[in-house]
Every structure is written in C-alpha cells, then in structure tokens.
Design a protein around this ligand. Structure first.
Ligand SMILES: Nc1ncnc2c1ncn2[C@@H]1O[C@H](COP(=O)(O)OP(=O)(O)OP(=O)(O)O)[C@@H](O)[C@H]1O
Length: 371
C-alpha cells in the first residue's frame, strides 16, 4: 500500500513559512502526483510562490519539504520544484505599464486592432521563435516546454507563449494553474515557472471551457497575448503554435517579426506529409526555418532495455537533408517524458537522462546565435 495524498499534504503542512502559516495553509502546493511502484512511490509536486522574490526567499524550504516527504513510509523518491507567480523581470517601460491594486478586468478575445507597416518587433525581446508542426499530437508542446526550460537552465532569459488557443497545454505541462494578474486591466503579468516566463490563453479560461471563436477573435487574442503581456527583457520568446497552417500561424508570421520557426515531427510518413505543409507555409510567409526536430524517434523499453522504432526513425533527418534545412536533433519517446509533462515538471527541469537530449538542442540553438 503506497503513501496517500493526505499523508503527503500533512507532511508538507509541517514546513513553516518565514512569516505566517505553512506550505499547505498558504495554498502553495500544486501538481501533486504520486506514482506507486513495487519499490516505493515517487512523489512530485510544485511549490508555487506568489512572486519571484518570495520564491527566492523560500528556496531553502524546498529541500526541507523534499526531506519531509522522503521520510514517509512507502516513499522511494521525491521531486519538487519551486516556481513563482508574477513577472520575471521589470517589464519594459510603456505608458500602460503602471500597475495599480485594482482587481483584474481583462477581456481576452477581441477583434485585432489594425496595424500599420510590416511585421513588428516586440520591445525588449531579442528573438522570437515559433514552434510548429503540421500534425497534432507529435509533441510540439512537449518540445516547446522542455526547450524553454533547457534554455533557461543554460542561463538564457526565456519566455514561452502558448498560442495553441484551441487546446492550450502549457499550463498543465509547466505546472501552472493560477490566473495571471492584471492590476490595471490592460497589462497581463505573466507567470514564472521553472525559470521560464510563460503565458497561455488556458490560464485566462476555466479548465474545461471551450474556445468557440471565429478567426478575427483568435487573431485578436494572439495579439493581446503578444502585446499586453509584460514579458520583460527576454533573450528568446518561444511560441508554441497550434498544429496545422491556419489563422494563428498566418497572423503571427505577418504581424510579428519572427527570428524563425522550428518544425517538430515524428518520423512517421503521415506526420512528415503534414510537416512538409508547415514548412511550405513558413517558406511562403518568408519565415526562416531554423531547423527540424524528430520527436518520438525511438522507444526504449524501461523493463528490458529493448529499443523499438514505433513511428520509424530518421525520416525527419532525411527530410531536413533533402530540403537543405538544419536538423536540430532527435528526442526519444519515453514514459518519463510523458509523466513529467503531465505532472507539471518538464523532464528538462530534472536530472533524468532524458533531459540531456533537450539540453543538447538548447546548446545548439545558443551556439548558433538563435537563442
Ligand atoms: N518524447 C515523448 N515521449 C513520451 N511522450 C511524449 C513525447 N512527446 C510528446 N509526448 C506525449 O504525447 C502527447 C502529445 O504531445 P503534445 O501535446 O506535446 O503534442 P502537440 O503536438 O503539441 O499536440 P497538439 O498540438 O495536437 O496539442 C502528450 O501526452 C505528451 O506527453
């Protein structure tokens, strides 16, 4: 019989905060998961502080919390992360950037405002890279969150915008559930998680709420997420696109000066067919393709170590060579990557062996001046 959620929460309630209360009474525990195994449970949780300053202040409590949970009978391993809610750095000065203490009243999903001239730069953001795919479910969001975290771990100031407006998955993958604040009703304060400044439309909606919007409203929402979020100074903003070649991709490439795009695909033929359409779209929109990533390249059985190429292998690399585009690397299909994403702590934020593959791609982007 494994450890229960209640027992873990009771242990965490024993970790007192410097001011008042404890980790549980101050509602700071998020994304608690308990994975039972024969040799004991692995417990994962996120400590979400109300601000980056508070996160720094309580950083030493993370190891106390981990030790308290590890001491419980039936627990084999503990993985905890401290994240903060609030702006990463002082936002770039704009006339609207004067927060007050009023309650947020931001209305997302308005029609876009007309824009003069061609694609525009975003103040304070050095590079913007869109991460796209042709087909859904190939791991574009998983790659985006892990790459963002890997780049942040290598010292870059990273933003992550979830532009998958119909199916935002970054809140879950980054372990964030709190609605961002908008003290003046105009500027939205992003959330900081795993060292990444992030924002998603999913954070502005109720979890099960569907977005039923026509093209212009979607484009308006994207424009708001790009221009009304206080991103601060960033080396790189990664944009997790929805699958396909629709309104969001078109609006983004035409209105925002992108450094380029990265296309993620599995090696499977049906995925590659759609990936080629995404590549063709970026070509037509004159957005440079910075490279291709092959996700779910190989599967290594965690029990016997046997390697299987479930979706084939090498197809993306071959396409990159054929189209004379950079191949950025391949990522394995593993249970740990899926579980990490579901638990709100991307594998790249851990010391698991899988983190290395994301770190390599991040290093390559930095070395190439792309991040
Ligand atoms: N390398 C991997 N190993 C194991 N699971 C993976 C891997 N990459 C993605 N997954 C899992 O596959 C599922 C789909 O991934 P993800 O949501 O990242 O894809 P997507 O291309 O962004 O999908 P969509 O855009 O259609 O929402 C998720 O459950 C994710 O955890």
């Amino acid at each position: 019989m494994g450890v229960s959620r209640e027992t873990v929460m009771a242990a965490l309630a024993g970790i007192n905060l410097p001011g008042d209360g404890n980790l549980v009474s101050q509602d700071m525990i998020r994304a608690l998961t308990i994975d039972d195994a024969d040799d004991g449970a692995t417990v994962r949780f996120v400590i979400e502080a109300p601000s980056p300053d508070a996160a720094r202040q309580i950083a030493p409590l993370q190891s106390l919390a981990e030790a308290a949970v590890r001491a419980l009978p039936g627990v084999a391993a503990v993985q905890a992360v401290t994240t903060a809610h609030g702006p990463a750095a002082k936002p770039a000065a704009t006339s609207q950037n004067t927060p007050s203490l009023n309650a947020p009243s931001l209305k997302i999903g308005q029609h876009p405002t007309p824009q003069q001239g061609g694609p525009q730069k975003l103040t304070g953001i050095d590079r913007i890279i869109a991460i796209g795919s042709g087909k859904g479910g190939v791991g574009k969001s998983t790659v985006s969150s892990n790459l963002a975290v890997a780049l942040a771990r290598q010292g870059r100031r990273v933003g992550l915008l979830d532009a998958d407006i119909y199916g935002p998955s970054q809140p879950r993958m980054m372990g964030v559930s709190r609605r961002p604040a908008s003290p003046d009703g105009k500027i939205i304060e992003p959330i900081v998680a795993h060292g990444v400044t992030m924002m998603s439309l999913g954070l502005m909606l109720k979890e099960d709420e569907a977005v039923i919007w026509r093209g212009p409203m979607i484009m308006g929402a994207l424009q708001q997420l790009l221009t009304q979020v206080a991103w601060g100074e960033l080396d790189i903003l990664l944009i997790d696109l929805p699958p396909g070649t629709g309104d969001i991709q078109l609006t983004l490439c035409q209105r925002t000066q992108l450094t380029g795009a990265i296309v993620v695909s599995t090696p499977q033929d049906v995925a590659l067919l759609d990936a080629r359409k995404a590549l063709d779209m970026f070509l037509k929109l004159k957005t440079p393709v910075l490279g291709l990533i092959e996700n779910m390249s190989t599967f290594c059985c965690p029990n016997c170590g046997h390697e299987t190429q479930i979706f084939g292998h090498g197809g993306v690399k071959a396409d990159a060579a054929r189209l004379d585009l950079p191949f950025l690397g391949e990522l394995p299909l593993t249970l740990a990557v899926r579980e990490a994403g579901d638990s709100g702590t991307p594998i790249a934020a851990t010391d698991a062996p899988e983190a290395e593959a994301y770190a390599r791609i991040a290093h390559r982007l930095i070395a190439g001046g792309m991040a």
